[in-house]
Design a protein around this ligand. Sequence first.
Ligand SMILES: Nc1nc2c(c(=O)[nH]1)N[C@H]1C(S)=C(S)[C@@H](COP(=O)(O)O)O[C@H]1N2
Ligand SMILES: [Mo]
Length: 264
Amino acid sequence: MNDRDNTIITRKPRQALDRGSILQDAQRELAMPARRLFGKQLLTLGGLSLLTGCSLTDEKSVNQFLVAVSRLNDRAQAFLFDPHQLAPTYTEAQITRPFPFNAYYGVDEVPHVDAAAYRLQVSGLVTGKRTWTLPELYTLPHAEQITRHICVEGWSAVGRWGGTPFGDFLKRVGADTSAKYVGFKCADDYYESIDMPTALHAQTLLTFDYDGERLPAKYGFPMKLRMPTKLGYKNPKHIVEIFVTNTYPGGYWSDQGYNWFGGS
Ligand SMILES: Nc1nc2c(c(=O)[nH]1)N[C@H]1C(S)=C(S)[C@@H](COP(=O)(O)O)O[C@H]1N2
Ligand SMILES: [Mo]
């Protein structure tokens, strides 16, 4: 057998093996204790889809992706994050109806936030520490997105959210955008935090609307942070406080030691 034949024979398997060994390396890295990692950021959908070779554009690729992700632990290194990578967007016809509800409790226990009494607290490393009423928030510049929400419990769905670009909001409140984290407290016992590059990502929206209507209680009234570059549980609903910090704030699921699939 000459060299040329050999090359032809091994080309495909070698590509397959490369992906396998990349995933194996990632798995090793991810299994390391969080304190040894560079930062405490969660592996992003973009990073994971690169590792798994899945495009995340339809049910089949998302399902393949979820299977691949199930082998990974839940911490990752910051280099896997590409702040310029955009998540796929969809058409109105591709919206999943009805859009699924999910929380750590049943739909009959959804918190009902009183619109008139509601105040959003903005705190931490911001020059504009203050509270916001809903009418004030509704006057902010508006953007819409139709994107896929991917839940680690094994489902994904396309939805349409409307709200204000979160990066612009952070700049408006004088956030220190060189800080590491943005944390969220919710009207239930949920809390989450995200890295600043994700907070400033072009598709990260502070949403007040779902499918052209005010966000209903089950989808997070009065607001849900929508990040198509992050898995479902990173998207806090019923937000009551937003704070900017350099101290890792954790999150409802990650603090219980759950990995990306461990929640239920
Ligand atoms: N406040 C709050 N936000 C939350 C949750 C929650 O239990 N409480 N669950 C998360 C999870 S795991 C998912 S999949 C999505 C579900 O959002 P949906 O009900 O709009 O589908 O909300 C996320 N944000
Ligand atoms: Mo989820």
